[in-house]
Every structure is written in structure tokens, then in C-alpha cells.
Design a binder for this molecule. Structure first.
Ligand code: MN
Length: 424
């Protein structure tokens, strides 16, 4: 469904006075207000095609109504999100769950919705119906060359689809690993993975990147062949300049200092980008900022500091994407909440008094350094995010607009109450 802009404008109008009061209250104390609003205005986060339906757990899946039944409907849903928040102007496809059979029609539909295509994602963590060889014991790391070859060819096919859609990156996450000690030789598994990735790398177009994601456990519970950022970085370094490390926030053991990882990867020019989500126990795939918003802020603080140190463009120099699964919420509401949480953390990071922080660090003034960070973190920046959205023609409060415009009810009417999103 298409959202008529005047309906969003009307809702904004109703909230205008309250917004203005809040905005002015915060804005007067911000020295770099124009810069913050400009940067927020051009910051976009890609929506993954698999996040538009209700996800399942190991135990069950309770689908919601009006879920997208096709790639076309997924694109329309991202169009709805983008129309409301003006910060989700791209979609990341998962192959083979969302194969663009008619690429030019798909591209045209995306562009009608103001969208383009972000990284394409391959899938060798499950067997497909017509697949010859099984990935039960892994894909790119497999002991059998024929299985590695099949997995390499799949990735090359994904690049082919991505080229048709003007994607510029291939994102690879492997479930390869082992469940029991002794099951595999770590060195051999790593070397096989490297060799397979080198073959994929050789098929990348000149202006493409390959993003290597890591994860410490699950679905394998003893070892994962790309288990942490060091292993991903090692592979990315050996592969070459087009390869870098993708950080998924949920892919860390509890207590890991993710902001430090981000800082060093940025320093080395090897941070590919992000899969945003939140977690309490493991790879929970919860809504961004729902559990630990302070950590999200600290990560953004390192991102802003590290990108500025290298003169990188915040909006475009690395990949920004959500990777989450919604079991109990309306997926569109969850994604709207996620994007808002990311923009809030980004806005707070833009408020950090960097000069004062550097001085405090150089003086070993620990208490002041903490004060400076928390001064930014404790600023209520929601009206800044709202103002940036308003200036772009989006909603002041996207979730409120989504509810007031009865969008889910419209989608249920159009698609039915019992639908299951493709790929889930
Ligand atoms: Mn991920």
C-alpha cells in the first residue's frame, strides 16, 4: 500500500506545537545543531527482506496478519517504513528466499517506493528443496571439495542477482562449525573456508565488497569456523581490500566490549558495517535498543569518533542494516522502533564534546570523561530525530503514525489474516 503524504502531514500538524516546544528546549543547548540535523537527515538504515514477517523460534511460530507473501509485498512494506521515517531507503535481499525473477520490474517497484538495494545475502546454512549436496556438515569449510564448490557457486549466483539490482556488496554468514570436540580439524576448516572465499572474491565485480560475518555459537555449539572478529579479520585481510568484517551486535558472548572491536576494525579500515539488533542472553535478535541502549550509544560514539578520524562519511562509508526477528510484535512496528533507536544513539553520539573528552583522557580525568559521555547519552534527543524526519517529509512519530493510519488493518484486508512471509 502507498501512504499519501498529506495523511502524514496532517498527523504532524496535530503534534506540531508539542514538538516545537520540546525541540526548542533541547536545541538551544546544542552548539552543532545544524550539523546534527543534517547528518540525521541523510542517515539511512537498510531493512532486511527476512524481517518483514513474523520470525519463528525452535519451538514454534505464530504468524501475524497481512504478512508480505512475495518479494513485491516486502518491498511495499519497506516503502511504508521509509514513507514514515525517511530513514530506511534500502532493502537487503536474502537469496534464495527472495529471488528477483524479474529484476527490472523489481527495481522499478523499489524505485517507485524511493528504495534501492543494499547488500545481498547468501544462504548455505540450510538445504534447499532441489539441492544436490547437503550442508549438514558445513558449506565453505566442508571436508568434501564438491560441497565447497556447490556453496561457492551459490555465492557467485547471489552476486549475479545482486548485480541485476545494483547491489554493491555480498554479505556472507556461515553456520559452519562443529558440535563436538574432535569433529573437525580447525586449521583445515579455516583453510578450506579461505580457499572458498577466495574463489567467491575472484567473482566480485570491481566496485563490490564482500562482508564476512562472525558468530561464536549456534547452530553449532562447540566451534564456529568464523567464530569471532579476529577470525573474520584474518580472512578479510588474506582476501584483500574488497573484504572486511561485518559486526552483528548479537553475535558476541555476554559482556564482550563490542565498541572496542568496532574502534579497532575502523582503525584498520576493515569494518564492513553493522547488523543491528539487541540481546540479553545470546543471539536473541531483539529490537535494537530494547535491552541495552547505553551500549548502542557507546558503539555509536566509537563509530563517530573513528569515522571522523579517518575522514569517512557516516552515512555511506559502511553498511548499516537491521538483522532482527520479531516473534511477538508487528514486524513493521518493530523495525520502526529499531530505526528510531539507531537514530537516537547516533544523535547522542554526535552531541559528545570530543575536544573536552580528549582533554579529559589526556589528563587521566576519569570522572570527567564519564560525565562527558553521559551528558550526551542523557540528553533527550528524540525531538532532534523527529525534526530531522519532519524536514525530510517523514512523520514526527513514525509508530504513532503507523497506528493512526491503521496500516496493519489495511494490509490484512489486502493480503488476508493468515499469511506467511516467504522464506520464513
Ligand atoms: Mn547478522
Amino acid at each position: 500500500m502507498q501512504i499519501e503524504k498529506y495523511t502524514v502531514d496532517e498527523l504532524n500538524h496535530q503534534q506540531a506545537k508539542k514538538h516545537q516546544r520540546r525541540f526548542e528546549g533541547v536545541a538551544t543547548d546544542i552548539n552543532n545543531l545544524d550539523e546534527v540535523l543534517q547528518k540525521l537527515g541523510i542517515f539511512n538504515i537498510a531493512i532486511p527482506s527476512w524481517a518483514l514477517g513474523t520470525g519463528g523460534t525452535r519451538f514454534g511460530r505464530f504468524s501475524g496478519g497481512g504478512e508480505p507473501r512475495s518479494l513485491e509485498e516486502k518491498i511495499e512494506d519497506v516503502g511504508v517504513i521509509h514513507a514514515l521515517n525517511k530513514s530506511s531507503n534500502s532493502i537487503s535481499l536474502h537469496i534464495p528466499w527472495d529471488i528477483p525473477d524479474n529484476a527490472s520490474a523489481i527495481k522499478a517497484l523499489a524505485s517507485q517506493n524511493g528504495l534501492h538495494f543494499d547488500a545481498v545475502n547468501s544462504n548455505t546454512f540450510q538445504d534447499q528443496k532441489d539441492q544436490k549436496l547437503s550442508y549438514k556438515f558445513g558449506s565453505l569449510h566442508h571436508v568434501d571439495k564438491a560441497i565447497r564448490k556447490q556453496a561457492v557457486e551459490h555465492n557467485i549466483e547471489v552476486i549475479k542477482y545482486g548485480k541485476q539490482l545494483d547491489s554493491k556488496a555480498l554479505s556472507v554468514w556461515l553456520s559452519d562449525g562443529s558440535n563436538f570436540p574432535g569433529q573437525l580439524n580447525f586449521r583445515q576448516a579455516f583453510q578450506n573456508t579461505l580457499e572458498s572465499l577466495q574463489e567467491i572474491y575472484a567473482a566480485l565485480p570491481d566496485d563490490w565488497k564482500i562482508w564476512v560475518e562472525y558468530k561464536p555459537y549456534e547452530p553449532n555449539f562447540y566451534s564456529t569456523t568464523i567464530g569471532d572478529w579476529g577470525q573474520s579479520y584474518l580472512l578479510a585481510s588474506k582476501l584483500g581490500a574488497k573484504a572486511s568484517t561485518l559486526v552483528d551486535l548479537g553475535h558476541h558472548l555476554q559482556g564482550t566490549n563490542i565498541e572496542q572491536i568496532v574502534s579497532l576494525l575502523l582503525m584498520e579500515g576493515k569494518l564492513a558495517g553493522f547488523h543491528f539488533n539487541d540481546s540479553k542472553y545470546g543471539d536473541d535478535d531483539l529490537t535494537v535498543g530494547s535491552i541495552n541502549p547505553y551500549q548502542l550509544f557507546l558503539i555509536f560514539n566509537e563509530l563517530v569518533e573513528g569515522m571522523d578520524a579517518r575522514g569517512m562519511d557516516h552515512a555511506t562509508s559502511i553498511g548499516w542494516m537491521i538483522d532482527a526477528s520479531h516473534n511477538v510484535k508487528d514486524p513493521i512496528e518493530d523495525l520502526l522502533q529499531s530505526v528510531q533507536a539507531i537514530k537516537i544513539a547516533y544523535a547522542q553520539a554526535l552531541l559528545v564534546d570530543k575536544k573536552a573528552l580528549v582533554a579529559a583522557q589526556n589528563n587521566n580525568d576519569v570522572a570527567l570523561a564519564q560525565e562527558i559521555l553521559q551528558q550526551a547519552y542523557r540528553t533527550d534527543v528524540r525531538s532532534l530525530v523527529a525534526e530531522a524526519s519532519l524536514r525530510n517529509g517523514g512523520a514526527l512519530d513514525p509508530i504513532n503514525a503507523y497506528r493512526k493510519l491503521n496500516i496493519r488493518e489495511h494490509l490484512i484486508k489486502e493480503r488476508g489474516l493468515k499469511t506467511v512471509a516467504t522464506g520464513l
